[in-house]
Design a protein around this ligand. Sequence first.
Ligand code: HAM
Length: 421
Amino acid sequence: MKNTIKAPRGTKDIWGDELKYFEMIKENAFGVAENYGYKRIVTPTFESSDLFKRGVGETTDVVNKEMFYFEDRKGRELALRPEGTAGTIRAAIEEGLIEESLPLKLCYFENCFRNERPQAGRFKEFFQFGAELIGSKSYLADVEIITLAHSIFKRLKVDNLKLKLNSIGCNECRLKYKEELIKYYKDKEDKLCRNCKDRLYQNPLRLLDCKEKECIELKEDAPKIIDYLCHDCKENFDMVKLTLDNLLIPYEVDEYIVRGLDYYKGTVFEFVSNELGAQSAVCGGGRYDGLIELLGGKSLSSLGFAIGVERLSLILKAQNKIKLKEDRVDLFLGRIGEGALNILNEIAYKLRESGLSVYLEITDRSVKAQMKYANKINSKYSVIIGDSEIEKGSVNIKNMDKNESYEVSLDNFCEDLLNLI
Ligand code: HAM
């Protein structure tokens, strides 16, 4: 066994078809977001760990169990971002973007890090496409953000996604609801899984999305948030549903969607797929009124979502409805000997400047091996130039698809090829 070094568990190299899916998701998601008026933002991969502790919440699994921490040389505690919202909001405050005209619409495509146990669709480093809509408390903003995610999936021809919708209320209705939940679970505490025992008094809503068998059974008779919503929250949620109905965007109300991050309030949602196994959520989002204030900015209602890019790639691959771009090279420029090197370099340079993709032979191998390689890289045309072609002043261009050759003069080679392609 050779002494090779492997990528860390839970990370992966992205290349070939998977990279094509990534690029396709990125291009289409940014494209649709632009139609909705979103501007792109790039924020640092790591931030002060306080940002996530304060923003995402110290009692959440994401911060408490899954975040990658490290110290800089001065002993300041930093963390790799586990998600994109906190950093985007930090940037919007720090860069003064929230002082400009509102609503502010930002979107991003970025890697995130969570130290979770790897499994299908769950990685320690993964990518998210996210969108954040800052500065509107209207139900229309809820609808717009959900519609944006829906449109991205539609543009990518994704089938069989289910939109699950819930409202987890504002601080007031949630306070009452949390009390009721704790009351309900108190005398069942010994039947809860270990995690939920710890969460009961800190974050009782999380008991509702626990995947352990014993907790799933217990939650069936638990009080439902929908019955505890205040007048405004209920009205807002009803308007969201009504508008989605009018837009013919199908959804299912699921009172167990509570989301794993502390900043959520009001409308929350997930898009789930049965093609993903246990990690069924391909997109999650919702309102986070209060987060901007919590991070030192002014009081602004906001909301957003993020799509898991690896999970969406898995779905696109399984559904196989989108044709991936074929890898093609316009011209393979081969050679015999050293005599034609200057001419070949000139041709390659000129054609590449004109926008063609050109592979220039830069190893010393036989003509047969060169042609084999030209086939492998799926070149549209190929040509082999040596001393005799230079003497003759003409070369044979081969159309690799048709297996036909045309003789052209060396002087006009570039022009002729550009006309052919
Ligand atoms: P989240 O639900 O934690 O929300 O993550 C969003 C999506 O990222 C998930 O639905 C999933 O597809 C993907 N994802 C999460 N963890 C992993 C993992 N370990 N491996 C692979 N994919 C993963 C958020 O992150 C929020 N910031 C979304 C948001 C934006 N809410 C408002 N604005």
